[in-house]
Design a protein around this ligand. Structure first.
Ligand code: PEP
Length: 248
């Protein structure tokens, strides 16, 4: 059985005051029926680890592929571990676009993060032009092949399907479209890593998940949870999404 995962990506939002949201979330879910992960900006990781009670994991939003060195402004996977993080998001479309990250770059980061002991959430997703050209599955298959190294397990890899055109836009694919991609990702994982491992890797949906649409998305086959941006910033928004996942 795959444990459901509700993951929040705070992106470049939040200061010390935001840790109150984390405390509110922990209080609202003292014994959660799913795994909860919050990825705050790196400045908040160590404080978030202290503010979150045991039931909430804390992750980074990116890391450098190198373990140390002359990379001004970057952080390494080992630094995230040192700050108390257990996970890191890699290959988010905003990193791929804003920082020109290629599949190869993402794969190198995944290798480095796994070596440091982090669990990785690898994001894949098509643009609107790619969907309209009927290239969605080719794009997703290519990103998976290029971004995910051979050394993953069901324990240390989570795949997040995030159509770029659905992120922060309020637009959501149809449930059939979500199901088609998640089934495709599952088949690819099983083919590449074998049935046992392929079936144990969790696949999240991400893109404008809200309290109002969470339950129907979580009912789609092979949707094991969500990666949530905007609606993860406030406990009052994220908590009902967690509850929907617990009840799925
Ligand atoms: C994201 O950036 O990972 C995301 C899914 O954002 P939002 O929920 O705001 O669409």
């Amino acid at each position: 059985m795959r444990r459901k995962l509700a993951a929040g990506n705070w992106k470049m939002n939040g200061t010390g005051a935001s840790l109150a949201e984390l405390e509110a979330l922990a209080n609202a879910h003292p014994a959660p029926g799913c795994e909860i992960l919050i990825c705050p900006p790196s400045t908040l990781v160590s404080r978030a680890v202290k503010a979150a009670s045991q039931q909430i994991s804390i992750g980074g939003q990116d890391c450098h592929a190198a373990t140390s060195g002359a990379h001004t402004g970057d952080i390494s996977a080992g630094m995230l571990v040192d700050a108390g993080a257990s996970h890191v998001i890699l290959g988010h479309s905003e990193r791929r676009e804003d920082h020109d990250e290629s599949d190869r770059d993402v794969r190198d980061k995944v290798v480095s993060a796994l070596a440091a002991g982090l669990k990785v959430v690898v994001c894949v997703g098509e643009s609107l032009a790619e969907r309209e050209a009927n290239n969605t599955l080719d794009i997703i298959g290519g990103q998976m092949a290029g971004s995910i190294p051979d050394v993953v397990t069901g324990e240390n890899l989570v795949v997040a399907y995030e159509p770029i055109w659905a992120i922060g836009t309020g637009k959501v694919p149809t449930l059939d479209q979500i199901g088609d991609v998640h089934d495709f990702v599952r088949t690819r994982l099983e083919r590449r890593f074998g049935e046992g491992v392929g079936r144990s890797i969790r696949i999240l949906y991400g893109g404008s998940v809200k309290p109002s649409n969470a339950a129907e998305i979580f009912a789609v086959s092979n949707v094991d949870g969500a990666l949530v941006g905007g609606a993860s910033l406030k406990a009052s928004d994220f908590s009902p999404i967690i509850t929907a996942l617990e009840n799925a």
